[in-house]
Design a protein around this ligand. Structure first.
Ligand SMILES: Nc1ncnc2c1ncn2[C@@H]1O[C@H](COP(=O)(O)OP(=O)(O)OP(=O)(O)O)[C@@H](O)[C@H]1O
Ligand SMILES: [Mg+2]
Length: 230
């Protein structure tokens, strides 16, 4: 793993300032090490002032192009703004939807703190070792997982939103339990966005079909459980 200074170099001044703010308020200690990184974000392990392990997700400000954002923000009705503000808005949506999921008893990391483009949340893992992605660790009870994940989709749907990027790449296997992560594509459910709900259900169905689950519920059955009128 590259050392942390290498990572701090990739952050712009605003992001470093935001990290320092969270540090001085005790929400994070030093960033300990990277857990994951994508084109748009970095996730680090840290601890807070209580020595509790936390995950810190930082949306990069300095990304060259951003093809994903505008389409989603359009659905979300965000007014146009500068690039940084858009990313901060985007981070806020992620935090909000993740909080809603957590409050609806969906297994998801508890969100602790939002500041601009940074989210501090519950670390899913133990002793600094993050839980593995479900795509890599299928050591779980198939039927139970299928039922639980569908139940999570229904719970979120009933509360009027959809994860939007559900797949075994955004589910962690923690002690045999599924945890949904990465609410960055979540959106309000409506007749305009129900295609995202269908896609989430389809992704999960395809995955469990491949794993050998026989009783798969159709997209329409699930959608009916959420809202007859969608
Ligand atoms: N709360 C957490 N606890 C443990 N590991 C986590 C946590 N959140 C994220 N991770 C790890 O970090 C990786 C990246 O996180 P995440 O999926 O949220 O970001 P991403 O894929 O870069 O998404 P995007 O850039 O689209 O927001 C995950 O695959 C997972 O391994
Ligand atoms: Mg992801």
């Amino acid at each position: 793993m590259p050392d942390l200074k290498t990572y701090l170099h990739v952050f712009d001044q605003d992001t470093i300032y935001n990290i320092r703010k969270l540090e001085s308020a005790g929400y994070i200690n030093q960033l300990i090490g990277p857990i994951g990184s994508g084109k748009e974000s970095y996730v680090f392990l840290s601890t807070d002032y209580q020595k509790r392990e936390v995950a810190v997700k930082i949306h990069r400000h300095n990304i060259g192009s951003f093809k994903k954002i505008p389409a989603y923000l359009k659905f979300r009705g965000t007014k146009s703004g500068g690039f940084l503000k858009r990313i901060d808005d985007w981070t806020r949506y992620e935090f909000t939807f993740q909080s809603r999921a957590f409050n609806a008893s969906v297994n998801a990391p508890e969100p602790y703190r939002l500041f601009k483009n940074v989210i501090v949340m519950q670390f899913i893992g133990k002793n600094g070792i993050p839980a593995r992605l479900a795509i890599k660790d299928t050591n779980f009870e198939l039927q139970m997982w299928y039922k639980k994940i569908m139940d999570f989709i229904i719970k979120m749907g009933k509360r009027g939103f959809v994860h939007g990027d559900l797949s075994p790449y955004n589910i962690l296997n923690f002690n045999g339990e599924p945890y949904l992560i990465d609410f960055s594509q979540a959106l309000k459910l409506s007749s305009f966005t129900k295609e995202f709900l269908f896609r989430d259900i389809k992704n999960i169905n395809n995955w469990f079909e491949k794993l050998g689950v026989k009783e798969i519920k159709t997209e329409n059955e699930i959608v009916k459980d959420i809202d007859e009128n969608l």
